[in-house]
Design a protein around this ligand. Sequence first.
Ligand SMILES: *[C@@H]1O[C@H](CO)[C@@H](O)[C@H](O)[C@H]1NC(C)=O
Ligand SMILES: *[C@@H]1O[C@H](CO)[C@@H](O)[C@H](O)[C@H]1NC(C)=O
Ligand SMILES: *[C@@H]1O[C@H](CO)[C@@H](O)[C@H](O)[C@H]1NC(C)=O
Length: 160
Amino acid sequence: MAITAVTVMVILECAAAAEQLHKVGSRGWIPDYNYTDWLNQRHEHFYVGDWLLFVFDKHSYNVLEVNETNYESCNDQGFIKNITRGGRDVVQLTEARPYYFLSSGGYCWGGMKVAINVEDLAPAPAPASTKNVSPPNILSRQMIVLIAFCVAMAWFVLFL
Ligand SMILES: *[C@@H]1O[C@H](CO)[C@@H](O)[C@H](O)[C@H]1NC(C)=O
Ligand SMILES: *[C@@H]1O[C@H](CO)[C@@H](O)[C@H](O)[C@H]1NC(C)=O
Ligand SMILES: *[C@@H]1O[C@H](CO)[C@@H](O)[C@H](O)[C@H]1NC(C)=O
């Protein structure tokens, strides 16, 4: 019992420290897809320090960070940041604010745009309420590796 509790706590602490990598869209960054619906279905949270991964065909599409006005009007002029590199591109969400991304080339009109609201990282859960903590709703590969490492550490510490 005690061993399990300690292990769970170590895992939770490790998991809380992890930055998450969120892949945008269930099929990547594609045209004629409603990213607002995608977000609404997932109830996913985005925290400061997390990363977005855009997977797309760089010959047809791109990823530009824009402001809210230009997001609403699908205007790619005067964008804030060009995320486009090789077609598997990441961007870190460094501030608690809404972020807006779109693809130029007219694809924004068909839905190729996404608004991500970034929150401050939630405070670490108190040990007493550990059993009420729901598991993270996204397990990125990064995080699985990290959790595996944390479990290994916990076992090592407990049975040394
Ligand atoms: C958004 O960006 C455009 C282009 O840089 C600029 O003209 C516009 O004033 C900006 N809007 C806001 C609300 O910052
Ligand atoms: C964004 O960056 C990529 C790679 O550096 C470049 O090929 C592309 O032309 C840029 N797009 C815009 C709109 O500046
Ligand atoms: C996505 O769907 C919502 C309704 O679920 C709608 O309000 C919105 O305009 C759609 N977005 C696009 C880009 O079609």
